[in-house]
Design a protein around this ligand. Sequence first.
Ligand SMILES: *Cc1c(COP(=O)(O)O)cnc(C)c1O
Length: 819
Amino acid sequence: MKPPAAPDVCAETLAMRAAFEAAYERELSQSSHGPTPQAALHAAAIACRETLARRWAATQAADAQRGDEAPVRRVHYLSMEFLMGRALSNALAALKLTEPLAARLAEQGLALGDVLEHEPDAALGNGGLGRLAACFLDSFAELGLPSFGYGLRYRYGTFAQVIQQGRQLEQPDDWTRDSPAWELPRHDLRYPVGFGGRVEVDAGGVRRWLPAERIEAQAFDFVVPAHHSERVSTLRQWQATAAPIAFTPFCEGDYPRAARHQVLADAINWVLYPDDSSEAGRELRLKQEAFLVSASLQDLLARHLREFGSLHQLGTANAIHLNDTHPALAPAELMRLLLDEHGLGWDEAWTITRQAVAYTNHTLMPEALETWPVRMFERLLPRHLEIIYEINHRFLGELRGRFPGDDGLVARLSLIDEGSQGGERRVRMASLALVASHRVNGVAALHSALMVQTIFADYARIWPERFHNVTNGVTPRRWLQQANPALSALLDSRIGDGWRQNLAALAELRPLAANRELGEQFLAVKRANKERLAAVIQRELGLAVRVDSLFDIQIKRIHEYKRQLLNLLHVIARYQAIGDNPDAAWVPRTVILAGKAASAYQMAKSIVQLAHDVARVINSDPRVGDKLKLVFLPNYGVTLAERIIPAADLSEQISTAGTEASGTGNMKFGLNGAITIGTWDGANIEMAEACGVENMFVFGLRADAVAKIKQLGHDPRRYVEENRQLKRVIEAVSSGAFSDGDAARYRPLVDSLLQHDTYLLMADFADYVATQAQVDRLFADRAAWAERALRNIAGMGPFSSDRTIAEYVDRVWSAKSLN
Ligand SMILES: *Cc1c(COP(=O)(O)O)cnc(C)c1O
């Protein structure tokens, strides 16, 4: 799987460096403005790209030789999101070009850091699911796994968050406008993708789909280098290419009509998640999913035929992985291609499909399981609908055979929701993914256990062997080596640099955790990182924060289940307590939030606004001074996360138990020496087990208690009545204490807490506040704090995405998982 070792590594490296430098000078000489940071960024990216393109070709050549006896199938990771962030510093580190470029830039009067800051984030994802896919690409390269990531080349990705008068506004993020040319356009890779039309049956009974509309998908490759070999992995993203203008309307001067096709094709690549509150938005989303799936599978089939000459080994030589249900159309499209385009019979095509496909579930919320109206399928994907009906027909027949008379089971498991409650008939995408997959996995131990007990209980009963757990991970190259150079250097000096490749080596830190000198060094690194973040806060918000205060950080998508609101309730309680007794010995805190609220999610937007309202009041109250500050950093994304996480003392992972599938933010913080305050949820549990639960601050109801409360009927008002502190907090919010007396502003928020409290903030409040007091006490003892933080780092070995990918290989993608 590895390309042949270089005969003389040193000569090879020197040749690569010389090629890089030559390309850099050539590109820079083309700049019309001389060596500006932007021009240097662009030149460095192009120069890296040339080396990456050579490594890409060598990797592909090696993989093409692997044969179908290889223990690992080539993995095709289909995901609607890849949250890549910036690429240059990662490429420079992987190619060992950081120093040479920094030296060359210095000669030109430029600082590497300034140049890197000009790269826009590739924000082609929303949150954890997209960032997971990006970490996986890094591990694919590092582990030498034959693979392709497949996605869409969004022009705007997710929105840019702007805050105006405390409220979130969404703006298009035109990230490609100034982006350095990372991508390799593949003009020779184009596939037609059809929509609409009808299905014709010929005299022999063969069915043929005649689409009404055809859009071409063109490939753009984003190459991701390994850090410890010359392997690369590929993110192949599809761009819908415009059909030519319609000539007649053009000649008649009707330009909008002449360009209509272009606009419709283009729209596929405009944004991630078109607003689904309109029918047009929902239809566009389904088209995006179908477009991704069809182009990717056509590409896979073409490559397989080139390498193997026939389709028979397709399922044993290839894995097709569905990152959540967004690409769950894949089995139907693969069946269509095998049956209609390649003439295979149903049984053989179905065997291949079942061998190839596997699916990762990312959420337990039943309302988040994707379904599409049958009527939309009829209009856009008529042949796929026929195939889904046939899969369903065979599947339900089998079920009736195994469970005669159990009509309830058949209705629950059917791929079609018949719309019993007066709704329309819908296709259940998760069910399609489950039926077509040989493996289904959750992303942390608790999540996988709950998955088979709740949303997929019926399927787990009939196919227990299909369900597995693979706990998420993060790449230590980006989230420690690059994000935190100072801590990386400290670790290198104590335990060597092997952790970059083998994160389990962090365990060697455990015997050193109580070492005073190391503790001091750790705290000095943390302080430097906090200074760096304080400068960002000063620049962005004009707010000075105390670097020796406790940096208490919660950054993630804004969502009710993640409970940023619980965090704010604690901040308000602390504010009120300080106001009552300003001269007590308060441990100074800086509470930092960042995150985007989905544009149509009113409750989440209201939480963003409350954070700003509360911050305005607290930060300007002279009684409080620097005992407490609340900071909301706008436009959360990968680059901001890389700045914030190394500066954290306390990591807030406070979702209602049973709701956060895994979390990966929790892992990044742990790796950077933050101590977690968290619920017994998602991967927090496995982190507690690996790091020692006594080294974390665990609070709140556990998942079984949450389920029980919900079952018995939760009465949130009782908690408010019984807890004076909580009552006072709620009264302040509802009376308008933070909204200039406007009592209406947070009425929906407060009503939802008092009436439903779906995520049990009221029930967990008292324990949360008490646990925060323990945090204060530990923080006051600097040596004890450092020791605990070091013990957390020492336990983070299992949370590398390299370990995650090794487990996928073992349990899901290996040839042996097919038996
Ligand atoms: C890691 C990461 C996430 C996921 O964070 P959680 O706390 O696990 O929800 C989301 N967004 C970005 C930019 C990330 O880097």
